[in-house]
Design a protein around this ligand. Structure first.
Ligand code: PLP
Length: 491
C-alpha cells in the first residue's frame, strides 16, 4: 500500500505518512488506490468495535502485522472508555445517535487520539527511528487534553501542551493541569490562543532553520487531524453504527444509512466517505455547521470563500473557516488531479476563495448535503429534543440534530438517520442548562452538579474527580519563553 500527497506525485509508505503527518509539499496523504485486498465490509460490520478497528486499520496500514494492529487497538481502547463497546448507538425518537464521547475526556477526539500515539510509536519502531517523538500542541481547551490522555506514557513519545492563561474554562484548565504521566508537560502562556498557536508554529520553523533539534535525540511532530493516522480510526465507528442497526433488525445488509455529522475541520465526515469507499452502504453524508457556515455554502455552490466574519459560538469545536480535510475529498472527487488541488489551495491561501468545476460539484452532491444552524436554533433543538424524548445532548450534537430535522423535511429520506454525537453535555453545562430552561449562573463545577441533578444523569467520572485531583502543571510563562520550555523538557 502506497500513500501519496494531494498536491504532487510525492509518495510514502503508511508508516512514513503517519510519522510525517503532512507531506513535504504541504499536501495531505491518501492511499493511492482505495482497493483493499482481503477486506470485506459485510464481514467486518458483524464484529465488535475492536474487531472492526483491527480490520480497518490493517486494511489501511498493512505495513503493520495483524497482531501489531490488534495490540495497538487493545492498548488504545481497552478499559479507557465508559462503555465496553466504545461508541454506543442510542435510539432517540425515530433516529439514532452514535455516542462518540464516552472516552477519557468526554469528547469525540478521544476516539482517534487514543490510538494515534500507538500508531506513531509503532511507525517510529518500524522505520528504525530512534529519536523521541515530541508532540507540540497549542489548544483552546479541548484538543490539548485529548492529546495528553492519548500520549500519556506511550513509549518513545513526549507531549507538550500550551494553553492561553485565563483563556480556557475552569473545567478545561483542571483537566490539563491535573494530567498524569511521566511524558506529559503543560504550561499556560500569557497571551491568547493565537499567541499560543503562533508560538508553536514559530518553534517548528525556527528549530528547523537553526537545526536546534540536532543532537537532542528528539524530533518534533504534531497530532492534528491532517495526520492520516488520526483520520483512519474514525472510519471505524461508521461500521460500528451500521452493525448496531443490523443487529437490531432495523436494516438488512446493503440497506443504506444516512449520517449527520457536526463538522469543523472535515475529518469526522470525511471518515464517513472513506467508510463508503471501503464498501459500507453509506447513503447521504449530511454536513452540519454552526454560524461559521463556509462548508454549507461550499457544498451548495461549489465556491469555498473564507472571506467572512468569524463567529464564536456555543459549539466552539466547529468554529473553523478553513477545513483542512476537505482537500482530501477534492483530490478523490477530481480523480487524483493533484495539480488542480494544489492550485485551489494556493488560491485559498492568496485570495481566500476558490471554485471547483460543475462536474466535481455534481459528484460531491451525490453523497454530501449541508445545513447550518445559529446558536439560537441549536439551543431550541436541544431543548425540544430533551422535552420530547428525554435525551440530553451537547451544543455540537444539537447542531447536527437540527440539520437532521431539516434534511428529512427538505429532502425526505427512506434511510435510517444516524446523528454523530461528539461531546458529553457535561462538557458544556452552561449552554445546555440554558437550552433546557434551567438557571445557568454560577461556578462551572456547580453547573456540572446542577445539570446532573435536573437531568438525572451521572457526571462522567473523569470530570467529577477533577476538583479533587492534585495540580501537577500549574506554571504560567511568557509566550517568548516557549522555546526554552520545550528545550528544557526535551532534555
Ligand atoms: C473536533 C470536534 C468536531 C468537529 O470535527 P471535525 O473532524 O473537525 O470536523 C465536532 N464536535 C466536537 C465536540 C469536536 O471536538
Amino acid at each position: 500500500m502506497i500513500y501519496r500527497s494531494t498536491r504532487s506525485k510525492i509518495t510514502a509508505s503508511p508508516c512514513q505518512a503517519i510519522l510525517a503527518g503532512i507531506a513535504p509539499d504541504g499536501g495531505l496523504y491518501l492511499p493511492e488506490e482505495f482497493s483493499f485486498p482481503g477486506f470485506c465490509a459485510e464481514e467486518t460490520v458483524k464484529k465488535d468495535f475492536y474487531g472492526i478497528a483491527a480490520d480497518v486499520l490493517f486494511a489501511l496500514f498493512p505495513e503493520f502485522s495483524r497482531r501489531e494492529v490488534e495490540e495497538m487497538v487493545r492498548k488504545a481502547y481497552s478499559g479507557k472508555f465508559q462503555t465496553e463497546d466504545v461508541a454506543p448507538t442510542v435510539k432517540v425518537g425515530e433516529d439514532y445517535v452514535l455516542e462518540l464521547f464516552r472516552g477519557p475526556t468526554c469528547a469525540f477526539k478521544d476516539v482517534a487520539l487514543s490510538i494515534l500515539p500507538h500508531l506513531l510509536s509503532k511507525s517510529r519502531g518500524k522505520l528504525g527511528v530512534t529519536d523521541q517523538i515530541v508532540i507540540l500542541t497549542a489548544t483552546s481547551g479541548d484538543t490539548g487534553k485529548a492529546a495528553l490522555e492519548g500520549f500519556c506514557d506511550v513509549e518513545g513519545t513526549k507531549i507538550l501542551v500550551f494553553y492561553p492563561h485565563g483563556g480556557v474554562s475552569r473545567v478545561q484548565r483542571a483537566q490539563m493541569v491535573t494530567q498524569r504521566g511521566s511524558n506529559t508537560f503543560v504550561s499556560a502562556i500569557r497571551g491568547n490562543f493565537d499567541d499560543a498557536q503562533t508560538g508553536v508554529k514559530n518553534i517548528f520553523t525556527s528549530f528547523a532553520e537553526k537545526n536546534t533539534m540536532a543532537g537532542t535525540g528528539a524530533r518534533l511532530s504534531s497530532a492534528n487531524s491532517i495526520n492520516i493516522g488520526r483520520l483512519a480510526p474514525q472510519i471505524v465507528y461508521y461500521f460500528k453504527a451500521y452493525g448496531d442497526l443490523l443487529r437490531e433488525g432495523r436494516i438488512a445488509w446493503g440497506d443504506k444509512v444516512d449520517f449527520v455529522v457536526p463538522t469543523g475541520n472535515f475529518g469526522n465526515i470525511l471518515a464517513g466517505y472513506f467508510a463508503r469507499l471501503l464498501g459500507l452502504p453509506v447513503g447521504k453524508l449530511v454536513c452540519a455547521s454552526n454560524a461559521n457556515n463556509v462548508l454549507t455554502d461550499f457544498i451548495r455552490s461549489g465556491t469555498y470563500d473564507k472571506r467572512r466574519p468569524f463567529y464564536q459560538t456555543t459549539s466552539p469545536s466547529m468554529d473553523i473557516l478553513v477545513s483542512s480535510n476537505l482537500e482530501r475529498l477534492l483530490f478523490l472527487l477530481s480523480e487524483g488531479d493533484d495539480g488542480a488541488v494544489a492550485q485551489w489551495m494556493k488560491e485559498l491561501n492568496t485570495d481566500g476563495v476558490y471554485t471547483v468545476p460543475e462536474n466535481l460539484l455534481a459528484k460531491l452532491k451525490e453523497t454530501f448535503t449541508a445545513y447550518c444552524l445559529s446558536d439560537g436554533e441549536a439551543s431550541s433543538v436541544l431543548g425540544k429534543v430533551y422535552k420530547e424524548t428525554g435525551y440530553l445532548c451537547d451544543p455540537h450534537t444539537a447542531v447536527a440534530m437540527g440539520a437532521a430535522l431539516e434534511y428529512k423535511e427538505k429532502e425526505g429520506t427512506e434511510n435510517p438517520v444516524v446523528v454523530l454525537s461528539t461531546a458529553s453535555p457535561f462538557k458544556f453545562s452552561r449552554p445546555v442548562l440554558e437550552a433546557i430552561g434551567e438557571d445557568a449562573e454560577g461556578d462551572e463545577f456547580d453547573l456540572l452538579r446542577r445539570l446532573a441533578r435536573v437531568s438525572g444523569l451521572e457526571i462522567p467520572k473523569s470530570l467529577a474527580e477533577l476538583e479533587e485531583l492534585p495540580e501537577r502543571h500549574s506554571g504560567v510563562i511568557a509566550k517568548e519563553a516557549m522555546p526554552d520550555f520545550v528545550l528544557e523538557k526535551i532534555k
